[in-house]
Write a protein that binds this ligand. Structure first.
Ligand code: A2P
Length: 335
């Protein structure tokens, strides 16, 4: 079992390596890949140094799995080249997500759609993943009709340079800017590019990816995606209207019994999900559960998760684990 981590020096890539180590993902050979700038340097994994190699050398090594987090254009160019040599690519960028030929997978919800033909598998957008993980058990029971979501997204979603911008501004240092405005002491209602309909690409990802993951085009989603000066994870205020009525205690119980979901909902003691608690955890945290009193069958909830973990690295590694556990990778031997 040869495993390539493409973008191994980036924020998500680094988290991929942490998650692989923590979950003891079974492999014989690790191939960390980054840009030409980093080739020849080393990264550490479980106390051992590994040389960073180029994309070309990684393709020549014909890995069984390549987990990609190196941006959309890199992925568009190189994922097919890995697929051609038989590698399963799990891609964290948006490049393949809405392509009808590529599966978009949150393992808890729809991993069963995967077959050995699926050589380029898309990891959904971070904001979408945490929302659908919280919605899934409720959708099964009450049928989601419409979702109104506002996000409060961590700067880690824009990569290392964005964290640097926040920290530079905080310490009044000069430095490169990733955002068109200051992010410290500010809030930007602008994530990714604007479309002609006035929405951003991030907002439309939440709309379209939710339908694809649930395999249900009738689910209506409208989103406002906002960048905030936080680092531990993304937060979301989710208003969801169901086809059927619900009981709030049952909602709480359904969520509490869902693997990968943690209910933090004890407002008397000021307990609710927050990025500082979600940071470096794999779960999706849900709280502030309450009825929307203005409309029947409608729930309000607050959903927080570390966007680099379940929103990216953890979900990608779980997809790779599914491939191994279900014998979709022929050469892999599960420990
Ligand atoms: P490098 O560190 O050599 O630039 P982030 O999103 O945190 O900025 O990380 C992006 C990741 O993608 C980094 O590991 C970066 O490597 C990698 N990367 C960017 N462009 C390429 C490329 N053309 N080929 C391989 N890796 C790339």
């Amino acid at each position: 079992m040869k495993l390539a981590v493409v973008g191994a020096t980036g924020l998500v890539g680094t988290e991929m390596l942490n998650v692989l180590a923590q979950r003891d993902f079974p492999f014989d050979e690790l191939l960390p890949v980054a840009s030409a700038r980093s080739v020849g340097k080393t990264i550490e994994f479980k106390g051992k140094a590994y040389p960073i190699i180029s994309m070309e050398d990684a393709i020549a090594a014909q890995p069984d799995v390549a987990i990609f987090s190196a941006g959309g254009s890199t992925s568009l160019e190189y994922a097919p080249k890995f697929a051609e040599v038989g590698t399963f690519v799990v891609d964290n960028s948006s490049a393949w997500r809405m392509n009808p030929a590529n599966k978009l997978v949150v393992p808890e919800i729809n991993a069963r759609v995967l077959t050995e033909e699926d050589k380029i598998i898309a990891n959904p957008n971070c904001s979408t993943i945490q929302m659908v993980v919280a919605l899934a058990p409720l959708h099964q029971k009450y049928q989601v009709k419409r979702v109104v979501v506002s996000t409060y997204q961590s700067v880690t979603g824009s990569g290392k340079a964005a964290v640097d911008q926040l920290m530079n501004e905080r310490s009044e240092q000069e430095g490169d800017k990733v955002y068109p405005h200051p992010i410290d002491m500010n809030v930007l209602p602008h994530i990714d590019v604007f479309f002609d309909n006035g929405y951003t690409k991030e907002e439309m990802k939440m709309v379209n990816e939710t339908k694809k993951i649930f395999g249900d085009d009738s689910i209506q989603v409208t989103a406002t995606a906002v960048r905030v000066p936080a680092v531990g994870g993304h937060s979301e205020a989710v208003n969801v209207e169901f086809a059927q009525d619900f009981d709030l205690d049952e909602v709480r119980e359904l969520l509490a019994n869902t693997p990968g979901v943690v209910v933090q909902d004890d407002v008397k003691n000021n307990v609710y999900p927050m990025p500082i608690w979600a940071h470096q955890k794999d779960e999706v945290f849900v709280g502030r559960l309450r009825r929307d009193e203005t409309q029947p069958n409608t729930l309000n909830m607050w959903v927080v998760s570390d966007n680099l973990r379940k929103g990216a690295a953890t979900n990608a590694v779980q997809i790779a684990e599914y491939l191994v556990e279900n014998n979709l990778i022929k050469s892999a031997v599960m420990g």
